[in-house]
Design a binder for this molecule. Structure first.
Ligand code: AMP
Length: 224
């Protein structure tokens, strides 16, 4: 079976969650979204959730040690060998830590797919975005494309849908600023290492963009 170590990189609202769902379906990779993991911890009010909540609501990054810790634990505990990271790494320190943990877990070198989207498009997408509250579904919708409003039932699983606290205008602005300062340097970091594939992720049908993402991901396959 092919092994994957894929990273979806891009600003909030670039479509990471949406394309991740296709990659899981087509390649059988395990989806590791640190945002989903942290939101689940907040909902369950675990110690981790209590530490992370304030940062998340303000649109700030949760401290590196916490995030690296949950990723490491999940990779090693479940002996994952084919993985798609979504929303991780978000800082150079996380990228360096991931390299070590990935080697420990026997994953191949990471292939990074950078979803390039303009700020204007990001704001338009995020302010209309909402999602399913069920942690086993987490389906993402947008008032621009879906005939559905936040608070209505998820057509996929019947749970309630809701708008994330951090998709309110003030937090969106903060998240974009945080992305530019702390996460965007990873584009050059991975480009220099020749691990990056850039994909223009707007102005086209979602299916067309997904096809490009899939092709880029397949190039990163390692025989295992
Ligand atoms: P996301 O769902 O990926 O947009 O993440 C939502 C929020 O969770 C972010 O705004 C951060 O507060 C936190 N978060 C998720 N992933 C990370 C990460 N890799 N490093 C730091 N904070 C993160």
């Amino acid at each position: 079976m092919d092994k994957y170590n894929l990273i979806l990189l891009g600003p909030p609202g670039a479509g990471k969650g949406t394309h991740a769902a296709s990659l899981v379906r087509e390649l059988g990779v395990t989806h590791l979204s640190t945002g989903d993991m942290l939101r689940a911890a907040v909902a369950e009010d675990t110690e981790l959730g209590q530490e992370a909540r304030g940062y998340m609501e303000a649109g700030e990054l949760v401290p590196d040690e916490l995030v690296i810790g949950i990723v490491r634990e999940r990779l090693l505990r479940d002996k994952l060998s084919s993985v798609l990271f979504d929303g991780f790494p978000r800082t150079v320190a996380q990228a360096e830590a991931l390299e070590q943990v990935a080697a420990e877990a026997g994953l191949p070198e990471a292939r990074v797919i950078y979803l390039d989207v303009s700020d204007q498009e990001v704001v338009a997408r995020l302010s209309g975005r909402f999602q399913c509250r069920s942690s086993s579904c987490n389906r993402i919708y947008n008032v621009r494309n879906d005939n559905l409003r936040p608070g209505e039932q998820c057509p996929a699983c019947g749970s309630e849908t809701y708008q994330r606290e951090d998709d309110q205008p003030e937090a969106i602005r903060r998240r974009l600023a945080v992305y530019r300062e702390q996460t965007a340097p990873l584009i050059d970091y991975y480009r220099r290492r020749e691990q990056l594939t850039e994909i223009k992720a707007e102005g086209d049908r979602v299916e067309a963009i997904t096809a490009r993402v899939l092709a880029a991901a397949r190039e990163g396959a390692a025989q295992g």
